[in-house]
Ligand binder design. Structure first.
Ligand code: NAD
Ligand code: ZN
Length: 379
């Protein structure tokens, strides 16, 4: 490759300050160092986690920064020691990596890699503590090890999953975060038994994928809970059978759900990031067997409060990153589910914009319009 080993100048959407529209700038992207890869991003999309850290209202501000973590691209060049992937390979970046060597990576029960687990406050590469992005020599920080709002980005090799080159990157890019997260939260973590009742809190892409996962697992009642009623019609396509808007009731949602389900739901999956919804999602599960799974990323000062009796009464609370999928090992198989038509991703993609109009994707998400907006890097 003519560009290997050289600095690449390309366009990136830089967030200079919290909450201010991104600005497309020419950045310099340094070559990948040991155990790193440089990836040409072709398609990326916006997830609520980008928006939270860009707003930085309840999160540590790290600016200037290049956001983005849901994407698809092609390896441009690799650094020293990289043997798993080569230039030309099609990859999906993942915000939480898999080194394949640590105790977590060796455990069948965990995807919380010691070396590469999600770290939202770090804006540099773990190898040398430096950023690979700069403008006139001034560093621009990374986000969750991926920074996909750039035509080229540098990642640790453990944060890319090599996928089937025949998979269309403009579709499967949404599997790199939100859809896999919601799907895995249901099928790998909540594991609803056949015929069970599941409540899904938050019907964005992650929650809708969790509903889809509950349906695939065989749940018969899937109750969608959202403050935005415009979500409900769409959610039917993802397996939701009933809806509940907390604003329509004077009673706490937990009580309304207990009345609807003869004592509580069998499983719940929280996909909002709102602490009250997290508590409700736990307290609405049936005593004796109910399991609640938290997926939303909370405010940095949030505290979860519930009466300990809720646990003594044999309710279980769990949480998950990336739906407990091991990114490099499992994500290629999730892509294969799509290739075999066992998982539909098109219905999650409601909008598409060229890279120059990336701020439109932020507007759509803040208005709660649509599900996923694909950002096309090349046109
Ligand atoms: P989204 O904004 O598209 O959807 C969130 C939905 O929650 C919206 O429809 C909103 O109306 C609803 N909501 C907000 N507060 C609520 C409340 N109190 N009660 C009921 N509904 C409420 O977001 P998304 O992209 O689907 O992401 C959902 C969450 O998952 C975010 O917190 C995101 O940061 C998190 N996330 C976590 C992981 C992980 O690995 N754990 C991965 C991806 C995203
Ligand atoms: Zn590891």
């Amino acid at each position: 490759m003519a560009t290997a080993g050289k600095v690449i100048k390309c366009k990136a959407a830089v967030a200079w300050e919290a909450g201010k529209p991104l600005s497309i700038e020419e950045v310099e992207v340094a070559p990948p160092q040991a155990m790193e890869v440089r990836v040409k991003i072709l398609f990326t999309s916006l997830c609520h986690t980008d928006v939270y850290f860009w707003e930085a209202k309840g999160q540590t501000p790290v600016f200037p920064r290049i956001f983005g973590h849901e994407a698809g691209g092609i390896i441009e060049s690799v650094g020293e020691g990289v043997t798993d992937v080569a230039p030309g390979d099609h990859v999906l970046p993942v915000f939480t990596g898999e080194c394949k060597e640590c105790a977590h990576c060796r455990s069948a029960e965990s995807n919380m890699c010691d070396l590469l687990r999600i770290n939202t406050d770090r804006g540099v590469m773990i190898g040398d503590g430096k950023s690979r992005f700069s403008i006139n020599g001034k560093p621009i920080y990374h986000f969750v090890g991926t920074s996909t709002f750039s035509e080229y980005t540098v990642m640790h090799v453990g944060c890319v999953a090599k996928i089937n080159p025949e998979a269309p990157l403009d579709k499967v890019c949404v599997l790199s975060c939100g859809i896999s997260t919601g799907l895995g939260a249901s099928i790998n973590v909540a594991k609803p038994p056949k015929g069970s009742t599941v409540a899904i809190f938050g019907l964005g892409a992650v929650g809708l994928a969790a509903a889809e996962g509950a349906r695939i697992a065989g749940a018969s009642r899937i109750i969608g809970v959202d403050l935005n009623p415009s979500r409900f019609e769409e959610a039917r396509k993802f397996g939701c059978t009933e809806f509940l808007n907390p604003k329509d009731h004077k009673k706490p949602v937990q009580e309304v759900l207990a009345e609807m389900t003869n004592g509580g739901v069998d499983r719940s999956v929280e996909c909002t990031g709102n602490i009250n919804a997290m508590i409700q999602a736990f307290e609405c599960v049936h005593d004796g067997w109910g399991v609640a799974v938290l997926v939303g990323v909370p405010h940095k000062d949030a505290e979860f409060k519930t009466h300990p009796m809720n646990f003594l009464n044999e309710r279980t609370l769990k949480g998950t990153f990336f739906g407990n999928f091991k990114p490099r090992t499992d994500l290629p198989n999730v892509v294969e589910l799509y290739m075999k038509k066992e998982l539909e991703v098109e219905k999650f993609i409601t909008h598409s914009v060229p890279f120059a109009e990336i701020n439109k994707a932020f507007d759509l998400m803040s208005k709660g319009e649509g599900i996923r907006c694909i950002i096309r890097m090349e046109s």
